[in-house]
Design a protein around this ligand. Sequence first.
Ligand code: ADP
Ligand code: MG
Length: 242
Amino acid sequence: MIDIEGVVKRFGANTVLDGVHLRIAPGEVVSILGASGSGKSTLIRCINGLEKLDGGTIAVDGHRVDDPKQLQLARRCSGTVFQLFNLYPHLTALQNVTLAPIEVLNVPRRQAEDEGRELLSSVGLADRADAYPAQLSGGQRQRVGICRALAMKPRYLLLDEVTSALDPEMTSEVLDILARLAAGGTTMLFVTHEIAFARQISNRVVFLDQGRLLADLPTAQFFAADGGLAQPRIAQFLSKMS
Ligand code: ADP
Ligand code: MG
């Protein structure tokens, strides 16, 4: 379980996360919605231990992210895909996918490559294994990014607006893969602006507003007139997005 308790994060005088409580249990698919600047990416970065907390705690399967001694174990549990393509440009698609399993988990190269090819083939990239990032489309790069995260066999997959830099066609090829992972039981916490998609695949929807968690509701309830939509900030946000 990802257990976020009362997390506060400030940048100077700017309180970006203001007492966030959130729990993600294995098997759940949770989407995070919220306006630009509401703290969504910061929350994902905090779960990764990429930001120092100013208050509260985060534990991933019991490993405290805010304790340097436990951070590595906590990070092993989750795999992250970011908004911008952050593949290593000098490595092929397959090398991007196999690097961490070989270096961090000490998986034998042959085995890592077999598993990497299998992952790439599962996202329709069997024939692109030896291509470099510059030779791939944006959608293909994000699919490699997803494989790279999955290669570490994470318990949780964190996704931060993985389709926001893609055109509609590439967006749908990536969303199709996420939908398949969700249906297959992968635990996911994902930030998205794709409201229809969030509605379709999430068990729960979380809404961040200026660093505060304004709603954490089962998906149907979030989109119900007497549920999430009863909150003016949420209604306003959804009307702007659709
Ligand atoms: P979102 O992902 O919801 O758009 P972010 O988490 O990226 O929001 O940002 C939330 C707020 O924190 C914004 O006001 C942003 O300017 C600020 N912020 C994010 N990262 C930093 C940083 N490294 N230094 C200073 N301010 C930051
Ligand atoms: Mg963001």
